[in-house]
Design a protein around this ligand. Structure first.
Ligand code: UDP
Length: 342
């Protein structure tokens, strides 16, 4: 079951990490794409030639209306958001304002323009620190941070947009997005980088002196936190598959591989893949980190036949390493500027 070709999709945050991989997947499957991105976190170089990039903030209603006035979209994929749990604990207002306002403007404008389908990035953080694993769609929602709350509010906005306006939506709750496009042209490039796998790869490459493990006294087999790393291309695939379901109904799916790996297992996998030793220091726990987060994606597997193509951690890391090797400074010369201090 694949969506017929030749649709036109608006991708917000299409210059960012997950969004840029979705843009590439859409184009590989013959769809037209327009990207809207304020480039606050995204990269112009992540948007391929031939894709119309509108540089604008989603909170700028006139700019968003202009995008919908110029093109008739079959669907919207909404990736643009502030997405750091830790930052949201320090600046809750920023997250609750920006992510919610952006979603509101986008939904309202899309509805006015007659768009009937929207796919949005949601998060495992919706579930806070649940007491049973794996986390399925029936796990009670109890956001673990203002970031998670902002995504939950977005899901509720969409619930009402469906009830009141008939806008069908899919909220995809990612667990830990990881990896890079297998052709080595797209990958992860955050500034500052906070995510485990790119930081461990930097330590393997000698761009950092070591990786700090945030706590090794968790109630897990080796004491370090366990996460479910899911490949960005598999996330992109889910976004495209779900468009068909939106012909008939709105859906919410948890997206992970169903297998958890500890921080130490990630470090060991990086050493295997790169053949390099990673210096490790054990530090304090990072506030807000649950011990274990593993998804059950049984529902999307059953409904859509979605299956992660990258279900082995080493394969996920290999794609991230290939991207790093080709782009040690990410998309631009600015990348890596602050690393020497580490
Ligand atoms: N982590 C770590 N050292 C780092 C960065 C992350 O030990 O320098 C741990 C973090 O505590 C978490 C896991 O790695 O348990 C994944 O963190 P990341 O920030 O990549 O994703 P999150 O789970 O926060 O979405």
């Amino acid at each position: 079951m694949t969506m017929s070709q030749g649709k036109t999709i608006l991708v917000t945050g299409g210059a960012g990490y997950v969004g840029s991989h979705a843009v590439a997947s859409l184009r590989e499957r013959g769809h037209g794409v327009v990207v809207i991105d304020d480039l606050s976190q995204g990269h112009r170089a992540a948007v391929p030639a031939g894709v119309d990039l509108v540089v604008a903030d989603l909170k700028d209603r006139a700019a968003v209306e202009g995008v919908f006035a110029r093109t008739r979209f079959d669907a919207v994929m909404h990736f643009a958001a502030r997405s750091l749990v830790g930052e949201s604990m320090v600046k809750p207002e920023l997250y609750l304002n920006d992510n919610v306002t952006a979603a509101n403007v986008l939904i309202e404008t899309a509805v006015k323009a007659g768009v009937r389908k929207m796919v949005v990035s949601s998060t495992a953080n919706l579930f806070g620190t649940p007491d049973r694993m794996p986390i399925d769609e029936d796990t009670p929602i109890d956001p673990g941070s203002p970031y998670g709350e902002s995504k939950y509010i977005m899901e509720r906005l969409l619930h009402w947009a469906d009830r009141c306006h008939g806008l069908r939506s899919a909220a995809l709750r990612y667990f830990n997005a990881a990896g890079a496009h297998p052709d080595g042209t797209l990958g992860e490039d955050h500034s500052p980088e906070t995510h485990l796998i790119p930081l461990v790869l930097d330590a393997a490459a000698g761009l950092r002196s070591h990786i700090e493990v945030f706590g090794d006294d968790y109630p897990t087999p080796d004491g370090t936190c366990v996460r479910d790393y899911v490949h960005v291309m598999d996330l992109a695939d889910a976004h495209i598959r779900v468009l068909d379901v939106l012909e008939t109904r709105s859906v919410r799916y948890n997206l992970g591989t169903g297998t958890g790996y500890s921080v130490r297992e990630v470090i060991a996998a990086v050493e295997r893949v790169t053949g390099k030793k990673v210096p490790v220091k054990v530090g304090q726990r990072r506030p807000g980190d649950p011990a274990i987060l593993v998804a059950s994606s049984a529902r999307i597997r059953t409904d859509l036949g979605w299956q992660p193509r990258y279900d082995r951690l080493d394969d996920i890391i290999a794609t991230a390493w290939a991207w790093r090797a080709r782009h040690p400074r990410g998309y631009g010369p600015g990348r890596g500027a602050g690393m020497a201090a580490e």
